[in-house]
Design a protein around this ligand. Structure first.
Ligand code: ADP
Ligand code: MG
Length: 501
């Protein structure tokens, strides 16, 4: 793929410069890559000429996304930049835009010319781990509720902001596309040092100090488990354990992926996973985290598939497990499709499992299985009771290949109905109360009928989120709990002749 029209053959130490504003970016290390691009950690510098001398001032660490050069990728990223600029430039004097801070921020953009052609470069604030790696850190046992509530409330604000203020639909909400902000700049310093092998000794010292920090945290956690001690001890360091997790991943990554020798740690365990335990119904752990964790910061990233409420680029949207039923059935769609994905995402954070994980069978397709799983959880449309839903199903271009005349699935017969509250209680061992609260929270966002689906802004006011750590009593006065977003343009279908911009 590093060929003409492909990825730019970037290398550590390469300097990319935006000639318009004289800011240069020195690449330090690859952070990740996707279908469209490679993403690098870089040091930003402002080049200034003072008294006819060139001076360069360090600005900060940033993430540099270098897009593949083929026409299709260039065009898509021009759209992505327009969407990102809408997010960034939304009038900040307005105090209804808390959610703006929970969407990734574009800092700069320009084009470079390389051996494989012209590449669009986007500069972002640097973020850390995505939620998928957090799910894995907790060994698919579920992330503690205290953290899930923080993530949920922030992402709801972000969605409400995208939908109502920007007229943007993300269309690919999933754990990989939500990144946590690294508050600990040491992570970045470490990586920066490592890019220069001359600093080997310094790095080893740094790394070792860090490991001992982690093992102290681990010991404290373990002791606390054994003592059954309820005192609000400072179990985790002030810089909080999420930063530590981020740092640990990145450092492990570096050790595994380079010739860099493993530091001579005194048998300390590199594994930062929390002690084995069933976390979901462990209120003690929640309490401890409540007392000790700082407010985490979750941001929606990758607007590479996003679109406008009045300009959908494709109907082929959303990653399978997070795909809304109207998309599967070929119906019209809008902002409400993001809310469906959001509910699937929150279930996954709480339990470590997908809410829907459809597979293809001998006599049925993956879409058939997907709709069957949805119906098993939420029950079949009843043609005698819900005319609205029946009309909606009839209006979808592919619905006759799934449903028969009685609105039963035609390719799958023996369905096993198991409602959400019981799933949470019986399979995931949440308490009766928690199971009820969580299903009360999720079900309005999983309404089969997008017209009736609850909107993100209103769900911020849900009682389950009332005690969200650091965001207690933060509400959204503009939206009402459980109301659908039907009053919003583009809620369940594309808007034509709309002039918001
Ligand atoms: P693509 O459009 O090519 O899929 P993404 O925007 O999804 O590109 O970025 C690819 C990967 O790069 C992400 O999965 C993530 O691991 C990493 N990444 C992207 N943006 C950032 C950022 N701001 N900070 C840190 N890592 C990032
Ligand atoms: Mg991506």
């Amino acid at each position: 793929d590093y060929v003409p029209n492909g990825y730019h053959p970037a290398y550590i130490g390469e300097v990319l410069t935006n000639d318009q504003n004289n800011i240069s970016y020195t690449l330090i290390r690859k952070l990740g890559w996707g279908h469209f691009s490679t993403v690098w950690l870089a040091r930003a510098k402002k080049i200034e000429i003072k008294n006819s001398e060139v001076q360069s001032n360090d600005l900060k660490y940033v993430a540099v996304k270098i897009v593949r050069s083929a026409k299709h990728y260039t065009e898509t990223s021009i759209d992505e930049i327009k969407l990102l600029k809408k997010v960034k430039n939304f009038n900040t004097n307005n105090n209804n835009n808390i959610g703006q801070h929970n969407v990734i921020k574009l800092l700069d953009d320009f084009t470079i010319n390389g051996p494989n052609g012209n590449h669009i470069v986007m500069i972002f604030e640097i973020l850390g781990e995505n939620l998928l790696s957090l799910i894995k850190k907790f060994k698919h046992n579920g992330i503690p509720t205290i953290l899930v509530k923080q993530i949920a409330k922030q992402i709801l604000f972000a969605l409400d902001f995208l939908h109502r203020n920007c007229g943007i639909i993300h269309t690919d909400l999933k754990p990989e596309n939500i990144l946590l902000k690294i508050n600990n700049t040491n992570v970045l310093k470490l990586i920066d040092l490592i890019s220069n092998k001359k600093n080997l000794l310094k790095i080893l010292r740094f790394y070792q100090d860090f490991l001992s920090d982690i093992s102290i945290s681990r010991k404290k956690i373990n002791n606390n488990n054994n003592n059954n001690n309820n005192s609000p001890n400072k179990i985790l360091h002030s810089d909080n354990f999420l930063s530590s997790l981020s740092l640990m991943t990145i450092s492990n990554n570096i050790v595994n992926n380079s010739n860099f020798p493993t530091p001579p740690s005194s048998g300390s365990n590199h594994d930062t996973d929390l002690p084995d335990q069933k976390i979901n119904n462990n209120n003690q752990l929640n309490d401890r985290l409540y007392n000790d964790s700082n407010l985490i910061n979750a941001k929606i990233a990758d607007l590479g598939n996003a679109c406008w409420i009045d300009k959908h680029f494709t109907n082929d949207i959303q990653t399978r497990q997070y795909r809304a039923p109207e998309i599967i059935m070929g119906g019209s769609w809008g902002c409400s499709a993001d809310v469906w994905s959001f509910a699937c995402l929150i279930f996954e954070l709480l339990t470590g499992d997908y809410l829907f994980e459809p597979i293809e069978g001998h006599s049925y397709s993956r879409d058939d299985d997907h709709l069957a799983q949805i119906v098993e959880l939420l029950s079949c449309p009843n043609p005698h009771e819900d005319h609205d839903l029946v009309n909606l199903v009839n209006g979808c271009s592919k619905s006759s290949s799934f449903f028969n005349d009685n609105y039963h699935l035609q390719n799958l017969s023996s369905l096993r109905f198991w409602d959400l509250k019981r799933v949470l209680k019986e399979k995931y061992k949440f308490s009766e109360l928690e199971s009820r609260q969580i299903s009360d929270f999720l079900l309005p966002m999983l309404n089969l009928n997008p017209k009736k689906r609850a909107d993100a802004g209103g769900m911020i006011n849900h009682p389950w989120l009332e005690d969200t750590f650091g965001m207690e009593n933060v509400f959204n006065q503009e939206r009402k709990l459980y109301n659908s977003g039907l009053d919003m343009p583009g809620w369940c279908s594309e808007v034509f002749h709309y002039t918001l911009y």
